[in-house]
Design a protein around this ligand. Structure first.
Ligand code: FES
Length: 85
């Protein structure tokens, strides 16, 4: 078994974040509530990343789960080879 996360989608999710609120970014890629955790990581080696912002803002959260700047997209999705089908 590999520890590579599932690619939920090979592009970021544009979201509106509220200030002073906690969010849990899905790291395993299995959540049905992308880009947020729904508990699907249970049984995997992944855990969600808790984060928040001080003031409301628009953000691009990583959907490919390969970013080096989680939970935000860092452009890594452009280098992924995505299986078709
Ligand atoms: S969606 Fe993952 S780095 Fe852009």
């Amino acid at each position: 078994m590999s520890d590579a996360p599932h690619i939920a989608q090979p592009a970021p999710y544009k979201v509106e974040l509220e200030g002073e609120k906690s969010y849990f970014w899905c790291a395993c890629g299995q959540s049905k509530n992308q880009p947020y955790c729904d508990g699907s990581h249970k049984g995997t080696s992944f855990t969600p990343l808790k984060f928040g912002v001080e003031a409301a803002k628009t953000a691009f959260l990583c959907g490919c789960k390969h970013t080096a700047n989680a939970p935000y997209c860092d452009g890594s999705h452009k280098a992924l080879v995505v299986p078709q089908g």
